[in-house]
Design a protein around this ligand. Structure first.
Ligand code: GLY
Length: 365
């Protein structure tokens, strides 16, 4: 334990590591605690930076935060790559929404019409225009849309780069499980422990299981498609994220449960949907099938700010399906809060007190 730290960050996923990095850059002495850094949801996440294709009905405040964070990603990625000399696998080809059948098209169209009404950049494409962008798409795809600002990054590379950046700043990452915040000595404790933040803070964080597959191209070369594909395939939802190094991430289930078992049914459904959209991936090697737990809140938006009734405790958790895209804005707003004591107005919709008193939510969760 470092008794002299200004800031202790509990949790070494992308959010915790990035908060620590931004705090260190503001001249604060920081220590990070995690028994297994980078082993939570980010180890499984695909890394879609999709403020538009992931903008969902009724989540307007969250969509605003997603858009703001996505706008910060190019500078964040450039700064982190320059600081460490490491590639994050950040790619900017954009995302194609692809609908296989007429029913899929009706469902997808309903959502992108909503996204367009919010003023978000997404353009419908006819089947020929879709296949012009991605010739490997199944010829029977009925239509789709293009979200040029929905990019991607490799979360495993992101974690490795953030750890290297912290090394360079002299920030220790201590391999310790924190089960009680009162055991940590620091001016401010930032809880960025994903699903582990629930027991530590009393906030109503629920685990939402996601099963994700990783494929590799047979020869190890880049996949034959470059856009992130957000697919609707015979009523199934799937995404395919192609990496320059030959990896393709296929995800994900969204299950209201807290185990990490990989099931045959989920693998079958994900692969069937993915291969229906891009038949060539049936030839790729299946190299990994893993599940992780997303930290969800009652309104599926993160909890960012001071923990009510606990002076000196700040939370940055509950990022649910959006932890990677929300990393820059979370890190910068939370580091500003810690350094200045003044919350940015952008934090207001995400204040932890919206979930009620600590005792009440502890009973609820
Ligand atoms: N952001 C994608 C997912 O949670 O599956």
């Amino acid at each position: 334990m470092n008794a002299t730290a200004d800031v202790a960050v509990v949790g070494a996923g992308p959010i915790g590591l990035a908060v620590a990095w931004r705090c260190a850059q503001r001249g604060l002495r920081v220590t990070v605690y995690d028994p297994a850094p980078g082993s939570g949801a980010s180890a499984v996440a695909a890394g879609m930076l999709a403020p538009v294709a992931e903008a969902y009905f009724g989540e307007v405040a969250l969509t605003g935060l997603l858009v703001e964070s996505a706008a910060r990603w190019p500078r964040f990625a450039a700064e982190l790559s320059t600081a460490t000399g490491m590639s994050l696998g950040y790619r900017t080809e954009g995302t194609l929404v692809v609908a296989l059948t007429g029913d899929d098209l009706a469902e997808a169209e309903r959502l992108w019409t909503y996204q367009q009404r919010l003023g978000l950049p997404i353009t419908p494409l006819r089947p020929a225009a879709l296949r012009e962008r991605e010739p490997l798409l199944a010829p029977r795809a009925r239509g789709g849309a293009y979200a040029p600002g929905d990019h991607q990054v490799d979360p495993r590379r992101l974690v490795a780069a953030l750890r290297a950046a912290l090394d360079r700043c002299g920030v220790p990452v201590v391999a310790r499980h924190v089960d009680e915040l009162s055991t940590i000595e620091a001016g401010t404790v930032v809880v960025a422990a994903g699903c582990g933040a629930g027991p530590l803070t009393g906030l109503p964080i629920r685990p939402v299981k996601g099963q994700v597959l990783r494929l590799r191209t047979p020869g190890g070369g880049a996949p034959g498609f470059r856009h992130v594909i957000r697919g609707y395939a015979d009523g199934r939802h799937v995404y395919l994220v192609p990496r320059a190094d030959g990896e393709v991430v296929v995800g994900a289930t969204v299950e209201e449960r807290g185990d990490r078992a990989v099931t045959a049914g989920a693998v079958l459904e994900l692969l069937r949907a993915a291969a229906d959209l891009i038949p060539e991936i049936a030839e790729y090697e299946l190299v990994e099938a893993r599940a992780a737990l997303r930290p969800g809140t009652p309104d599926n938006a993160p909890a960012l700010g001071r923990l009510p009734g606990r002076p000196g405790v700040v939370v940055a958790t509950g990022h649910y399906r959006h932890g990677i895209v929300l990393t820059p804005v979370t890190a910068e707003l939370i580091a500003d809060l810690v350094a200045t004591g003044a919350p940015d107005p952008a934090l207001a919709p995400f204040a932890p007190e919206r979930f009620g008193a600590r005792e009440a939510v502890a009973q609820w969760s």
